[in-house]
Ligand binder design. Sequence first.
Ligand code: FMN
Length: 172
Amino acid sequence: MTVSSLTDGQAVEAARFRRALAVHASGVVVITAQSDGVPVGLTATSFSSVSLEPPLVSFYVDRSSTTWPRLGAADHFAVNILASDQSELAARFARKSVDRFAEPTRWRPGPLGAPLLQDVSAHLICLPYETAQVGDHVLVVGLVAEADVHRQGRPLLYHQGRFGRFLAHPDS
Ligand SMILES: Cc1cc2nc3c(=O)[nH]c(=O)nc-3n(C[C@H](O)[C@H](O)[C@H](O)COP(=O)(O)O)c2cc1C
């Protein structure tokens, strides 16, 4: 441990920070929205539940994201919770210079218009509740208006820069 950084109040070195965060496994979602008739979406692992009453969820988006201006302007957004067999979809929605909604992506417009990806574990439809600038990201909090579970299967996970599957403990 670099004790000096603790005592002099400095932030941890970037590579060290990234190495530690990579150890933390997370679920994977694709946030989608429609703005001026254009579907937009990006893969995110920063998704989290926030509050039960009212029902709130959150994610963080990089301030340099080219998707964020349209996503942030939309009157609602969808959280598509990916299933274990959807790693290619996750990679596609993180890739630049591709039409993320073109074939082989399968999607349909949701009840309010935001694109819903096919074959995901669940969809949440969210109304913008709060945003805040936090460091180099924007915290986006959504009020959940609709929640539909489609598949009770295994989730897609992300760990150490790789996609993977969940394996339950035999004794749990
Ligand atoms: C597994 C994974 C998780 C990601 N999580 C986030 C995230 O939580 N927030 C974010 O802003 N970008 C995240 N990204 C990056 C975005 O998916 C995307 O690459 C980025 O927004 C660049 O595209 P854009 O300029 O179209 O926004 C993640 C990428 C991957 C592969």
